[in-house]
Design a protein around this ligand. Structure first.
Ligand code: NAD
Length: 415
């Protein structure tokens, strides 16, 4: 069987959208490929004195709506097609949230776990030395992604600033707060998802104060989703899980106690007083809201029919396969698709760019209010598109996003 190629998937999604929107061949051709890509190979001195060659990429997929935006991944299995696909998805995500940004992505083929801190710093700086001509606050603004951290963003910003001869905080987002980071970035992904869930609950007539929630994954996204669903709406979080399994309590779990348990014992499964369940059982629980916040491809044609939740809020990227999507739609499960549900992170990254450009730092309250306005508006435009074209929420999100990119290309005279 041929290996899964994410870029082929991304192109198929564009083709489907282009059919719905009846786009002309020229416009389709532009949307199917990245505008610009850079492949680099650079040597880095290792701690033992040897020199090692690393390979990296930066892809700008489409910048019709503004500077490219998208993370940098450090991963041993990184490929140019993964970066292309992720850059395409960033284009649609930024357009859907109506951010004045295009889509980009970058990566270095490396295994972070095998590098010392000083080697990691040298790899990060060397990557910037090799791609600096392509990035910049007004052209292309990277951010953290898999295995890249605020510390790495700080080194990269510093390297770019040294090359430019001046502080350039706006070249990268996801930085630590004291060197141009934004308040509210930590829980932004989960918080954005909460605003979308609240809008969906209004549409479906669900009283969130009485709603039950199950969450798969208890990392950054899942842990904050548990805390916020209780704190903001008074929901009852009845089940959570991680890679080792899950726990269930009919009366509700205390998200803080679960967090401490995971910190102390490396898993939620050791929570005292809760019943242990499997990840498969969690996905099939009779809850109002199911939040996959871990891996891709967990809801498939095999288990989609067992999902009893009224709302499926995809904080994880790609948790649902296309076959499962059709089953969920037929069964009336209201899906908040990943690139809408988890767009809070990139939205607050955009706010970080704005604050850097203004040389000003907003209070947390201001960040949250602006995030809420963006999420509410994006949710409502996806819902109305889904009703207008009689398509599911995921297809509607694609259609709305691609429509906006095409509008910008037309106005700029590209098509
Ligand atoms: P994380 O590494 O902090 O947490 C992942 C969690 O998933 C961990 O608790 C881990 O134990 C659990 N997990 C791993 N394998 C599992 C399995 N087989 N079954 C159940 N749980 C399993 O990652 P994160 O940052 O919370 O990201 C989670 C998802 O959310 C990813 O799909 C990511 O792309 C997406 N996302 C995150 C952000 C963000 O800002 N953190 C933004 C957008 C999208």
């Amino acid at each position: 069987m041929a290996a899964y190629n994410p870029f082929e998937t991304a192109q198929r999604q564009i083709d489907k959208c282009a059919d719905i929107l009846k786009l002309d061949p020229g416009t389709r051709a532009i949307l199917r490929v990245p505008k610009r890509e850079l492949h680099v190979a650079f040597p880095v001195r290792m701690d033992d004195g040897s020199m090692k060659l690393f390979q990296g990429f930066r892809v700008q997929y489409n910048d019709a709506r503004g500077p490219a935006k998208g993370g940098i991944r450090f991963h041993p299995d990184e490929t140019i097609d993964t970066v292309r696909a992720l850059a395409a998805w960033m284009t649609w995500k930024c357009a859907l949230l109506d951010l004045p940004l295009g889509g980009g992505k970058g990566g270095v083929i490396c295994d972070v776990k095998s590098l010392s801190a000083s080697e990691l710093e040298r790899v990060s700086r060397a990557y910037i030395q090799n791609v600096y001509q392509m990035i910049g606050p007004e052209t292309d603004v990277p951010a953290p992604d898999v295995y890249t951290t605020p510390q790495i963003m700080a080194w990269m910003m510093d390297e770019y600033s040294k090359i430019m001869g001046k502080s350039q905080f706006g070249v990268i987002t996801g930085k630590p707060l004291c060197i141009g980071g934004s308040r509210g970035r930590g829980d932004a992904t989960a918080r954005g998802g909460m605003y979308a869930i609240r809008e969906a609950a209004k549409v479906l007539g669900i009283d969130l104060g009485k709603a039950t929630v199950a969450i798969q994954g208890y990392g950054n996204a899942g842990n904050f989703a548990a805390r916020l669903s209780k704190e903001l709406f008074g929901c009852k979080v009845v089940a959570v899980s991680d890679s080792k399994g899950g726990v269930y309590s009919k009366g509700g779990l205390d998200p803080e106690a679960v967090f401490r348990c995971k910190e102390d014992t490396c898993s939620v499964v050791n929570l005292p007083g809760a019943k242990q369940i499997t990840n498969d059982e969690l996905l099939a629980l009779n809850v109002d809201i199911l939040i996959p916040a871990a891996l891709e491809n967990v809801i498939t044609e095999k288990n989609a029919g067992k999902v009893k939740a009224k709302i499926l809020a995809e904080l994880a990227n790609g948790p649902t396969t296309p076959e499962a999507d059709d089953i969920l739609y037929k069964n009336g499960v209201h899906v908040i698709p990943d690139f809408l549900c988890n767009a809070g992170g990139v939205t607050v990254s955009y706010f970080e760019m704005v604050q850097n450009a203004m040389m000003y730092c907003w209070e947390e309250k201001e960040v949250y209010e602006r995030l809420e306005a963006r999420m509410v508006s994006a949710y409502s435009s996806v819902l109305s598109t889904s009703q207008q074209y009689k398509i599911n929420m995921r297809q509607a999100a694609y259609v709305r996003a691609v429509e906006r990119v095409v509008e910008a290309m037309k106005l700029r005279g590209w098509v």
